[in-house]
Design a protein around this ligand. Structure first.
Ligand SMILES: *Cc1c(COP(=O)(O)O)cnc(C)c1O
Length: 228
């Protein structure tokens, strides 16, 4: 099992390097996050053995179990799934990054519940750029006011934006969605210069995301194979 994970990671890294070159991005400007929802800890360990340090998880309990099992590895854990308010305390206590903050109440709870002994929690605001289709993400129009509110929270560090556009096989449509997120980030940066992260691109739209400025891509299937 682990030789194929290692090979898959090498292939994804190769694709990232090619896309950086093709689209005029700096070498090594795109980070690779391994998204390991539904995968056993042994597969995450194989990804870590292949050199990956950034791990994305969607489901809290599953993530906590893996974190316990992999505590020796010093991985950086990213929460990327929908957040219910009764889960914020454990997320604030056990993650380094949260990419899926889309409302004030959740941001406020994460700020209040982040232990004082830990560094501020890195936050990306999840934006709904494809309209009504998706239930997650805040509308573009609400971004400014939520970013302003985050700036006043001492235990949170606003780092950037995340999106999961509607799936499509057209690279032009993919790029059109991602360019909206990139534009939104550039607007926000004038007031909030610490917001530099563009968390966008999954297995099926990674190249388009890199073309439009992704700084971290979230890859599951192309690393671990299809989910059962
Ligand atoms: C599952 C998931 C991914 C990875 O998707 P793949 O298509 O398996 O690469 C990325 N981001 C989020 C938010 C996810 O839920």
């Amino acid at each position: 099992m682990s030789p194929s994970i290692k090979l898959n990671i090498a292939k994804v890294q190769q694709r990232i390097a090619e896309a950086e070159k093709k689209y005029g991005r700096k070498t090594d400007s795109v980070q690779l996050m391994a998204v390991s929802k539904t995968r056993p800890a042994s597969m995450v360990r194989a990804a870590a053995d292949a050199g990956l340090t950034e791990i994305g998880e969607n489901y809290l309990q599953e993530a906590l179990d893996k974190q316990r099992e992999l505590a020796d590895l010093g991985l950086t854990w990213h929460f990327i799934g929908p957040i219910q308010s009764n889960k914020t305390r454990a997320i604030a206590e056990h993650f380094d990054w949260v990419h899926s903050v889309d409302r004030l109440k959740i941001a406020q709870r994460l700020n209040d519940q982040r232990p004082e002994t830990m560094a501020p929690l890195n936050i990306c605001l999840q934006v709904n750029i494809s309209g009504e289709e998706s239930k997650s993400g805040l509308p573009l129009e609400e971004l400014d006011s939520l970013a302003d509110q985050l700036a006043a929270m001492p235990n949170i560090s606003a780092r950037g934006l995340m999106a999961i556009p509607q799936a499509t096989d057209s690279i032009n449509d993919q790029r059109q969605a991602f360019t909206q997120l990139a534009d939104a980030l550039h607007r926000l940066q004038q007031k909030h210069p610490t917001m530099t992260t563009l968390s966008m691109g999954m297995s099926n739209d990674m190249d388009a995301a890199i073309a439009e400025g992704a700084s971290i891509v979230r890859i599951g299937t192309d690393i671990f194979g299809p989910r059962q």
